[in-house]
Design a protein around this ligand. Structure first.
Ligand SMILES: Nc1ncnc2c1ncn2[C@@H]1O[C@H](COP(=O)(O)OP(=O)(O)OP(=O)(O)O)[C@@H](O)[C@H]1O
Length: 600
């Protein structure tokens, strides 16, 4: 625990706090023990002898008060520093982790850790460490001092202290195992409640409220069961601790009475011993009660440490900056990749010349998204190399790579800010004029016109105030503002209404003109308009070429095209148009806004 705190708050801070805590515990112990000579002198009616001891007792009590104040101030400020340091370390580390690390469940766990974990860790110094350190050091001081006053008493206290410490360790071990189970069950139940709330629309739409409820019920039942098990192991532990304390207390009284009756112990010392025994056992009882909270704080610190120990993507010491002359914009050189388990991409090689459009096509799960993730360095390739502008992406560094690449994916994240602020993320420091121009090109100004407060309207958490197509237009406006030479685009699969589709198409036209484009293509018009089509199958490149060449080859692409064209024909008859967007090199004869696959 101390090691974990030191790692977060710094060695000097934690050591300084522990020194104050130790000084306070020792001063408290001394103040308890000084009762013995004071009472002995008073009982003997020797007030002259009592005064110096009283003076010493007053000094110890004053030192206690000062040190208590100091340790409280230090404890609270250390707690605040811990939370600040955790947030900073976490923020710094998260910004260096591979983008692929941020899966939904991890993000959820970080949310819980930041909200509950930081609060638990903040309270560790003042509310937990202080009582626990005091609980052990104060009795040790009492024992050592008592040995000087009466060795028999000292030994009895030492034996009592060891018994209590042993009992505490045993009961802590009993509850520790259950603590982990309770923690895990609570996290699972919390996650299920959130999932249940988020999935309401889907669940009701499919009449599955009962089934989903059953899963939530199971999680809650598990949590309840873990809670009960915790009670049945914690309560006996507490009872055992209390029993040990009472036993030690009774034994000390018995021993004191025996010695006093035998005449070898001053009755005044016996009275002092009784007072001492009470103060001696009190902190130990408190520590036993706080053990669970202490372990909780330690578990949370361990979770933070686990995240902080996740290795970030290595960054080059001197990132490459110059574009290699005549280099392709993107090159995959025998790239192998897997997400930990089985391989997903095998020996993938292709090149994308600057200012051309490459369409990635292939069955679901064939690796299209993975290819775009490797270009943006969400992960590093397992074998081979991914090159952008002639440099291995590992030599470019995240900042340089990201300045060259814009991502327009389907899951658009919008912050709960105005549309303008959301677009401005595309280029920090952009002027209002530049933002409005990008918004105009992406036809976001049309969305703004219907919003109640115009440009000042906040779009709600995750852009809830906007439709899917509208969110995508904001994301395209960001990319237009960013003005990166390479655009990675995952075409929307969801059907948009006619207006939105026309607007998205126009926005993409503005974004992709004169840029290098790699698109996960879902529309036939896009596929056909591509300068190059990379056909993937099972993580391998099955075919590469343009539409005409691949159609003539009569391979996988030709089969794919025939199947999709049949479906598109059905869509045409059903009254839907599949409108493509142009690129720098549109196919001969294609007219803007006309479905390329239905060209004469
Ligand atoms: N984060 C991940 N962790 C583990 N496996 C993953 C992850 N993302 C994708 N995969 C797996 O990698 C394989 C390729 O997925 P990828 O998303 O690249 O395919 P895709 O061609 O884009 O599919 P789709 O057209 O359905 O989006 C699939 O088997 C998928 O299950």
């Amino acid at each position: 625990m101390i090691g974990q705190l030191t790692a977060v708050a710094g060695q000097a801070r934690v050591r300084g706090y522990l020194v104050t805590l130790a000084a306070f515990a020792v001063a408290q112990g001394l103040a308890f023990v000084l009762l013995v000579p004071v009472l002995r002198a008073l009982f003997a009616g020797d007030s002259a002898a009592a005064w110096p001891w009283l003076g010493a007792l007053a000094a110890a009590a004053a030192a206690c008060a000062v040190l208590q104040y100091r340790q409280a101030v230090q404890g609270f400020s250390l707690g605040l520093d811990l939370s600040r340091s955790l947030y900073h370390q976490l923020g710094d580390h998260l910004s260096a982790l591979p983008l692929g690390w941020f899966e939904a469940d991890r993000v959820g766990r970080i949310g819980r850790l930041v909200v509950q974990g930081v609060r638990a860790v903040m309270g560790v110094p003042a509310h937990l460490l202080q009582p626990v350190v005091t609980a052990f050091l104060t009795p040790v001081t009492v024992v050592v001092a008592a040995l000087f006053l009466d060795w028999r008493l000292g030994l009895a206290l030492a034996a009592g202290g060891l018994l209590l410490a042993g009992t505490y360790r045993y009961t802590a071990g009993l509850t520790e195992r259950v603590d982990h189970a309770v923690d895990a069950a609570m996290a699972e139940a919390g996650g299920r409640v959130v999932e249940f709330a988020q999935a309401q629309a889907v669940l009701r739409g499919f009449g599955r409220t009962g089934a989903a409820h059953a899963e939530l019920e199971t999680a809650l039942r598990r949590q309840h069961g873990a809670g009960r098990r915790s009670v049945t192991s914690v309560v006996p532990g507490l009872a055992l601790n209390a029993l040990a304390v009472q036993t030690v207390y009774t034994a000390l009284i018995g021993l004191g009475a025996y010695l006093a009756l035998g005449g070898s112990l001053d009755p005044a010392v016996l009275v002092a011993l009784l007072a001492l025994a009470t103060r001696f056992t009190e902190p130990l009882m408190l520590a036993a009660e706080l053990g669970g909270a202490l372990r909780m704080g330690r578990n949370n610190l361990a979770r933070f440490a686990e995240i902080l120990a996740t290795p970030p993507l290595p960054e080059p010491e001197t990132p490459a900056r110059e574009t290699v002359p005549d280099a392709p914009a993107i090159r995959f050189d025998r790239v192998d990749f897997g997400y930990g388990g089985s391989p997903v991409l095998r020996e993938v090689s292709f090149t994308v010349p600057p200012r051309t459009m490459t369409a990635l096509v292939g069955p679901s799960g064939s690796g299209k998204t993975t290819i775009t993730r490797l270009i943006a360095r969400f992960f590093d390739a397992g074998g081979g190399a991914v090159l952008v502008d002639g440099h291995d992406v590992r030599d470019l560094g995240t900042e340089e790579l990201m300045s060259r690449v814009s991502l327009v994916f389907q899951d658009v994240y919008l912050f709960d800010q105005t549309i303008e602020e959301n677009i401005a993320i595309g280029r920090p420091g952009a002027t209002t004029e530049q933002i409005r121009r990008a918004a105009g090109l992406a036809r976001v100004d049309e969305i703004v016109a219907r919003l109640p407060d115009g440009w000042a309207t906040r779009v709600g958490e995750s852009g809830a105030a906007l439709s899917g197509g509208e969110r995508q237009r904001v994301s395209i406006a960001r990319a237009i503002l960013k003005d990166a030479p390479i655009v990675l685009l995952d075409e929307a699969t969801a059907a948009l209404d006619a207006d939105n589709e026309a607007a998205v198409t126009a926005a993409l036209r503005a974004l992709t003109a004169d840029r290098t484009l790699v698109v996960i293509a879902h529309r036939l018009s896009t596929v056909r308009a591509a300068d190059q089509i990379v056909v993937l199958d099972g993580g391998r490149v099955a075919e590469i070429g343009d539409h005409d060449r691949l159609l003539a080859a009569d391979g996988r692409y030709a089969a794919f095209w025939r199947k999709r064209a049949r479906a598109a024909g059905w869509r045409l008859r059903a009254g839907r148009e599949d409108r493509g967007y142009e690129h720098a090199a549109p196919p001969a004869g294609a007219a803007p806004g006309t479905p390329a696959e239905f060209q004469p």
